[in-house]
Write a protein that binds this ligand. Structure first.
Ligand code: PRP
Length: 177
């Protein structure tokens, strides 16, 4: 792909696909008979969600919320804007949060707290990637994928100023000065 910014592959599409197969094995073991609701946090997790559910061969439902906290910069504002919230029923349902990256942990914690308050039967988190050095709130990632260093990453759904989501690999981004 032709982007003018400097990109280097951190995790290739094949590495991502292998990791998703492993995550799916664990999720299959734990949710096969639970008819869970998988809740994808948009926009970032749209590709991960689509790839993950196609590895799961049991009845499940999908739902979507859309939160935003990064705005135009590379740092979280710390304030989560709810663009589309939890408008569906979760009471007594087993729910699994699907996120592309856990950075500060605020987004996942925010959604988890809402789901617990709405009396979900269980709430767990599946994150394709995580930046452990940046967690500012404790988040239990029940199904954890790739570890990302303290650098800005894009691709496979992740953006910088809405760009790069369509890259098939997860890449480190260094902007041109
Ligand atoms: C990103 C990412 C996660 C969240 C993680 O979303 O997709 O959902 O931030 O950050 P946190 O752990 O520090 O809360 P963003 O707010 O950039 O919105 P987007 O998914 O629409 O790009």
């Amino acid at each position: 792909m032709t982007f003018t910014d400097k990109l280097s592959v951190l995790y290739s599409r094949d590495e991502i696909a292998s990791k998703i197969k492993l995550l799916a094995q664990d999720i299959k073991r734990d949710y096969r008979d639970k008819n869970p609701i998988l809740i994808s946090i948009l926009k970032g997790s749209f590709i991960f969600m689509a790839d993950l559910v196609r590895e799961l061969d049991f009845p499940l439902e999908v739902e979507f919320v859309r939160f935003s906290s990064y705005g135009k910069g590379k740092k979280s504002s710390g304030k989560i804007e709810v663009i589309q919230g939890v408008t569906f029923e979760v009471e007594n349902r087993h729910v699994l949060i699907i996120d592309d990256i856990v950075d500060s942990g605020l987004t996942c914690k925010f959604l988890k707290d809402i789901l617990i308050e709405k009396k979900a039967a269980s709430v767990k988190v599946c994150a394709l990637s995580s930046k452990p050095s940046q967690h500012t709130v404790p988040v239990d990632i029940d199904y954890s994928g790739l570890i990302v260093p303290d650098k800005f990453v894009v691709g496979y759904g992740l953006d910088f100023n809405q760009k790069f989501r369509n890259l098939p690999d997860i890449c480190l981004l260094e902007e041109n000065k």
